[in-house]
Design a protein around this ligand. Structure first.
Ligand code: PLP
Length: 355
């Protein structure tokens, strides 16, 4: 498929103050868009000025939430070049999500090239200050105007870019976690392993409840027994337990995070044993009290690693360490991963793709 590059009609000013960038609020001058029609396939791929869509009010995405998205970042490296982190993994996950949501798959090589081309054209938007990046949001939505419940036969697949500030301004800071004993994020057989909008809409209520009680994030338990740890907010979760890295297995209800995957690989290289197993809430409380559980952290593209300082379940709270200091291993993983992303150290894994 060819890709057209349409002229820019209006140029926005670049962010004046990179330190005040708010996550996902500002977008670059251009976007990528292609359209799908059953029988015709994907067509009309183009890079065009960033602009609102005209959508029919009956567009199926607005009613039945047939949509998927991705999130990855472009980093400005020490030598001024720009690199993406494991972008082919995001494109592959996008297609796995498309299959689960009965949406058309994209040509992975073409879509990856389209993302790279868009970032290349918008390169000046990749911020330069420490810890900043350009967040990339590939998305697919069902556009067919139709109120019947069935897979649509028209779609948009697009990519938008947003310059984002440093997540941690004053260094890594441990967060307070509230464990919900009532709301669940995903059940077996559902769509928990897909980056699809409905999962996030369903998570808002518990997140708001946690925030109202003064916590930073919700920890989700499994839907069946409400006993095993699944994810935290929209991050995967890892524990340092008996010196081993323990994380929930990929059994359909949690996202197969690319940061999770990278952290597990790095931990193994650092000589840590890695266990992908269901960890129970009792083990967390007992482990924190006995000292067997020393560190815990969330992982995801936006934060890389987010240290956890304390857990609260019903009326019980346990604190890890002093609750305010990031664990040594958590910090080491964060430093190693960000050093690779920003090109401060070599990348022996081939995770980084320069443009
Ligand atoms: C995106 C996401 C993650 C993290 O995935 P990364 O590929 O590491 O960014 C984890 N859990 C949920 C629910 C997510 O949406």
């Amino acid at each position: 498929m060819d890709m057209e590059i349409l002229p820019l009609t209006e140029k926005k000013p670049l962010p004046k103050d990179e330190s005040s960038l708010v996550f996902g609020k500002e977008f670059t001058d251009r976007m990528f868009l292609m359209e799908y029609q059953t029988g015709r396939g994907w067509h009309s791929a183009r890079i065009k000025p960033y602009a609102p869509f005209i959508l029919d009010p009956a567009a199926m995405v607005l009613h039945y939430a047939q949509e998927i998205f991705e999130g990855l970042k472009a980093f400005r490296r020490e030598d001024g070049t720009v690199a993406l982190f494991r972008p082919a993994d995001n494109v592959a996950r996008f297609n796995r999500g498309a299959r689960r949501m009965c949406m058309p798959e994209v040509d992975e090589a073409f879509f990856l090239e389209a993302i790279k081309k868009l970032v290349k054209i918008e390169e000046e938007w990749v911020p330069r200050s420490e810890g900043t990046s350009l967040y990339i949001r590939p998305t697919m939505i069902a556009t067919e105007p139709m109120l019947g419940v069935r897979p649509a036969d028209q779609y948009y697949c697009y990519v938008i870019l947003s310059p984002v500030g440093a997540y941690y301004k004053g260094g890594l800071a441990p967060v307070k976690i509230w464990i919900s004993d009532h709301h669940v994020r995903a059940a077996h057989g559902g769509t928990g392993e897909v980056k699809t909008g409905g999962n996030y809409a369903a998570s808002l209520y518990a997140a708001r409840e946690a925030a109202a009680k003064g916590y930073d994030q919700v920890l989700w338990l499994d839907a069946k027994e409400k006993k095993y740890i699944e994810e935290v907010g929209s991050m995967n979760i890892c524990f340092l337990y008996d010196g081993k890295l323990v994380t929930s297995p990929l059994h359909g209800t949690i996202l197969d995070g690319i940061t999770r995957r990278s952290v597990l690989a790095l931990a193994r290289e650092m000589g840590r044993e890695v266990e992908e197993r269901a960890l129970s809430i009792d083990e967390i409380f007992a482990g924190a009290e006995s000292g067997r559980l020393t560190e815990a952290f969330g992982t995801g593209t936006a934060v890389v690693v987010s240290p956890i300082g304390q857990f609260t379940y019903r009326d019980k709270t346990v604190v890890l360490g002093d609750g305010k200091t990031t664990g040594e291993f958590t910090k080491k993983l964060y430093d190693t991963l960000t050093d690779i992303q920003y090109g401060r150290v070599p990348d022996p894994h081939g995770w980084v793709e320069t443009l």
